[in-house]
Design a protein around this ligand. Sequence first.
Ligand code: C2E
Ligand code: CA
Ligand code: CA
Length: 336
Amino acid sequence: VVALAQRVMEEIQRPFEIDGREVHCGASIGIAVDEARALSAGVLLRNADAAKYLAKERGKARFVVFEESMHAAAYERMELKSDMPGALTSGQFAVHYQPIVDLETGELDGVEALLRWTHPTRGFVGPDVFIPVAEHSGFITTLGAWVLDQACADLRRWRDADPDGRTFHMSVNLSVRQLEQPSLAADVAAALARHGLSAEDLVLEITESVLMTDAAAAHTRLEEIRALGVRTALDDFGTGYSSLRYIDKLPVDVVKIDRSFVARLGEDPTVVQAVVDLAGKLRLTLVAEGIEELEQWDILKGMGCDHGQGYYFARPMPAADLQALAAARRRPAPAA
Ligand code: C2E
Ligand code: CA
Ligand code: CA
């Protein structure tokens, strides 16, 4: 069955042509085997589905054979999936905010909205765990719309509470599933209008891999968003497939360098320097993610990287704390 899966994958991966354009396609395959011939068709299919889920998670275009240990993980995902709608209505989700600073001055330039879930029995569940589940089930569109609304409402509140304060923008993460929705740009415009915000107040972040795998539709949606005047950011840059060559063809205004590059800055600054140079030429705004040390800040500043984000400046925090921070110092305090 593994040999068969391999052959199927090879066939599917063979490029083909549509309207004279070369198209590449991939498949994720989950395999379940019932050697003892004891399982029902339903169980067998569920096992194959759990294996397919892992195949996708491990980076697409691969196959995974089901193992018993995948049961627990699949069961947990199933529970999280069914808990999510109730969790939203009962207030278990909250949006936290992490400062994005101007690396030259250290001043607050924006904040990124990051979703948090406090589950009644599991306690804190990280977005790395539940966001993929919500994407799988489709609930992410409801959740994503809620995050956008909360983020806009909070920004409005902060402005009203400190009308003379420096303005800063709001960054919100978008899932690939939201980009699939034809109404996305209209929904974004409606959220801004609802809270009396303008398009320049908002940046929408999309991970690099989304733009690569689902290119055509995603590009259209992003162009619609940018036509509103809302900026777009390429998140986790360097972890996907896009090359530096390609970056100027993407419909984005901001590039966020993945924190893995910032972590290796001391040993290997060449990639970051190349991205900084290119971003300057293309007039893209650059944000370095995951700055945890003063030294990293110094190196990035020296390279000419304009913005940064990371635990060194501040961790994600509840809306009230962010408001206090913005009002008191108008810039995040460096960690002790
Ligand atoms: P992301 O968009 O890359 O967000 C940045 C993540 O890096 C956050 O993790 C943040 O807490 C963490 N981080 C920030 N500074 C540092 C640092 O100095 N060191 C380290 N080690 N980590 C740092 P978080 O909040 O756990 O979120 C994880 C991912 O979940 C996000 O990655 C994003 O892809 C996704 N996510 C979170 N909220 C949402 C949401 O509302 N919608 C969607 N679609 N995805 C979301
Ligand atoms: Ca992000
Ligand atoms: Ca990121």
